[in-house]
Design a protein around this ligand. Structure first.
Ligand SMILES: [Zn+2]
Length: 203
């Protein structure tokens, strides 16, 4: 189960300061009264940003693992929210996904592969913003499910990271890469049909 690690660290700063060492989960989310031998359970690594580790806890009684995801990182997707936002914003401003892919892709990534990669990210972020609109309809009244629209309401960039704070209580049921809700079978099918990610991280 994924939980929020509230921190303003950027992805680079999180790695540089080994931010995972600062994460705390004082009691078991399943048994706040204790008595379940809840304890720290090491870390696991993420590929991007290079050197990233995510702290983990384990409850033997509930057979559940808990990981604390820092606010800078996308949920269930490689990389940071800032990097993801940059790609999706680029696609929102471009005349087409293919045009955005052509600009953003490195030489060794084919155009169709880059377009699929961007289309999946655009789809996921849009889904997360739809979730945000449903969770806080008053706050985001008249907003569209686009980063450009949310930028206007939140007065600046860093929309996804800002939403981690603004919508903190809703994160367990908001879709990834913003929230921590489990993936739907529908989404798994889309990802499968989108093909594999390009062979190396290029954003
Ligand atoms: Zn427990």
């Amino acid at each position: 189960m994924q939980l929020r690690f509230e921190t303003s660290l950027s992805g680079e700063a999180y790695v540089a300061t080994q931010g995972w060492r600062m994460a705390r989960l004082p009691s078991c989310p399943l048994h706040p009264q204790g008595g379940c031998s809840f304890s720290r359970h090491g870390t696991y690594s993420r590929v991007t940003p290079t050197g990233t580790r995510i702290p983990r806890w384990y409850c033997p009684k509930g057979h559940r693992t808990f990981s604390l995801l820092p606010d800078c990182l996308a949920s269930r997707l490689p990389g940071t929210l800032v990097a993801l936002e940059r790609v999706v914003l680029h696609a929102e401003y471009a005349s087409s996904v293919e045009a955005a892919a052509n600009t953003l892709r490195p030489d060794d990534i084919s155009l169709p592969s880059a377009a699929r990669w961007i289309r999946l990210r655009t789809y996921l972020v849009r889904g997360a913003l739809v979730g945000a609109l449903q969770a806080a309809p008053v706050l985001f009244r008249d907003c569209q499910p686009s980063l450009t629209s949310f930028q206007g309401r939140l007065r600046g960039t860093g929309v996804l990271m800002a939403l981690r704070t603004t919508l903190a209580v809703y994160l367990p049921r908001l879709p990834a890469p913003l929230g921590f809700a489990p993936r739907s079978p529908h989404l798994k099918r889309i990802q499968h049909n989108s093909g594999a990610d390009p062979p190396r991280d290029w954003y």
